[in-house]
Write a protein that binds this ligand. Structure first.
Ligand code: TXA
Ligand code: MG
Length: 333
C-alpha cells in the first residue's frame, strides 16, 4: 500500500507531467509559457518561431532590440545554436551547466534575428531547475526567455510574482516553487577575444576566473545592447537610494520628518532605526540575501513605502551581483 506522503508525491509528479505536456502544446502552437528557473522565472517561447518571440516582447513591453537568452536542455546543443564554440565555452559549460551562467557566442543560422535584436551573437544557457529541464527536454528545441516581469521592473522569484505581474495575460504559469538563486544568471561574453562579464549574477566572477585561469573584466558600459543598460532596471515603485552605513540613520530621520514612508534594506544593520522606519530583513549571508532580494523589494511596494534606503554589500562573490541590482534599481547602474 502507498503511504500518504508517497501518494501525494506521486500525484504531484503526475500533475507536473500533464502541466509540462500542456506547456509543450502551447509552445508548439506559438504561445508563451512562464516557467521557473533556479535564478528567476522566465517567459518562454519557441526561439525559432518569430511570431511567438515577438509576443514575448509585446507582453513585457520590452524594446525589440533588447536581445533574449536562448535556454537549452544540454550543453550538447551548443554547436546547433553557435557557429563557433571556443574551448573556454565548453569548459565553462562543463563546470557550471546546468546553472546560472549565460554564455554569449557568435550565433548560428538557427537563431532568428528577432531573438538577438539583429546582433551577430547569441546568449545561451542551460538552467538548473527540474521543471525547466523537464520542459526543455520535452520541447526539444531552444526556448527564448527573458525574466517574467514587465520591462524595467523587479524579476519574479516565485509563481505568485508572475501572476501579480501578468494576471490572465498568460495561458500557463508552471509553478516550481521559489527560485533558489534569486538573481539572474551571470552573462559572460566569449564572442570575441575581449572576454568580459556583461552582467554579474549567480555564478561569481571569482568562480569563472578560476576555471578560465585568467582575469575577466566586468564591462558595465558595452557597445552591444548590454543587460540592464537602462539606468533604472530591476526597480520597484518605491524610490531606491543607496547610502553608506554611516549615513543611514540621518537619511532615515530626514526623510521620515518630511512625511515619507521609509524602509531600510541592509545586510549589516545593527543599530536601532528611528521610529516609524521599516526594516526589510536582509540576511547577512550573500546567497540568502540574493535569494530574498527581489521579494524584499516587492514587500516594500506592498507596504506602500515611498523610499527604500539600501546599503550595498561588499562587492566580492555574490555581493557583486547584489550590489549591481541595487544600483540599477536606484537608477545608478
Ligand atoms: O537568469 C536569467 O538569465 C533569466 C532566466 C529566466 O534565465 N533571464 C534573464 O533574461 O534575466 P533577461 O532577458 O531579463 O536578461 C537577459 C539579458 C538582457 O539584458 C540582454 O541584454 C542580454 O541578456 N543579452 C541577451 N543576448 C545578448 C547578446 N547577444 N549580447 C549581449 N547581451 C545579451
Ligand atoms: Mg530581466
Amino acid at each position: 500500500m502507498l503511504r500518504k506522503g508517497r501518494l501525494k508525491k506521486c500525484s504531484a509528479i503526475t500533475n507536473l507531467h500533464s502541466q509540462i505536456e500542456r506547456a509543450v502544446q502551447i509552445l508548439r502552437q506559438g504561445g508563451v509559457v512562464a516557467f521557473p528557473t533556479e535564478t528567476v522565472y522566465g517567459l518562454g517561447a519557441d526561439a525559432e518561431n518569430k511570431k511567438a518571440v515577438r509576443r514575448i516582447f509585446k507582453l513585457k513591453g520590452r524594446p525589440v532590440n533588447h536581445p533574449l537568452i536562448v535556454h537549452l536542455y544540454s550543453a550538447d546543443m551548443l554547436a546547433d545554436w553557435a557557429r563557433e564554440v571556443p574551448p573556454l565555452a565548453r569548459k565553462l559549460a562543463a563546470k557550471f551547466w546546468p546553472g546560472p551562467l549565460t554564455i554569449i557566442l557568435r550565433r548560428s543560422q538557427r537563431v532568428p534575428d528577432v531573438v538577438t535584436g539583429g546582433l551577430d551573437t547569441v546568449a545561451l544557457r542551460v538552467p538548473d531547475h527540474p521543471v525547466a529541464l523537464a520542459l526543455l527536454k520535452a520541447f526539444g528545441g531552444g526556448l527564448a526567455a527573458p525574466s517574467a516581469n514587465r520591462f524595467g521592473c523587479v524579476s519574479p522569484t516565485n509563481a505568485a510574482h508572475v501572476r501579480d505581474e501578468f494576471g490572465d495575460a498568460l495561458e500557463l504559469i508552471l509553478d516550481g516553487g521559489p527560485c533558489h538563486v534569486g538573481i539572474e544568471s551571470t552573462i559572460v561574453d566569449l564572442s570575441s577575444k575581449e572576454l568580459a562579464i556583461l552582467r554579474p549574477g549567480g555564478v561569481t566572477r571569482e568562480e569563472i576566473e578560476r576555471v578560465a585561469r585568467q582575469m575577466i573584466p566586468v564591462r558595465r558600459k558595452s557597445s552591444v545592447r548590454a543587460p540592464g543598460q537602462f539606468r533604472i532596471h530591476y526597480a520597484p515603485q518605491a524610490e531606491i537610494i543607496v547610502v553608506s552605513n554611516t549615513e543611514l540613520t540621518r537619511y532615515a530621520k530626514t526623510l521620515t520628518a518630511r512625511g515619507r514612508r521609509v524602509a531600510v534594506l541592509s545586510g549589516a544593520l545593527t543599530e536601532r532605526l528611528p521610529t516609524g522606519v521599516v526594516r526589510l530583513p536582509a540576511p547577512r549571508s550573500s546567497p540568502k540575501f540574493a535569494r530574498q532580494l527581489y521579494a524584499l523589494l516587492r514587500t516594500a511596494d506592498r507596504l506602500k513605502m515611498d523610499t527604500v534606503l539600501v546599503c550595498l554589500p561588499i562587492e566580492t562573490g555574490l555581493g557583486l551581483a547584489i550590489a549591481d541590482r541595487l544600483r540599477h534599481a536606484a537608477g545608478r547602474g
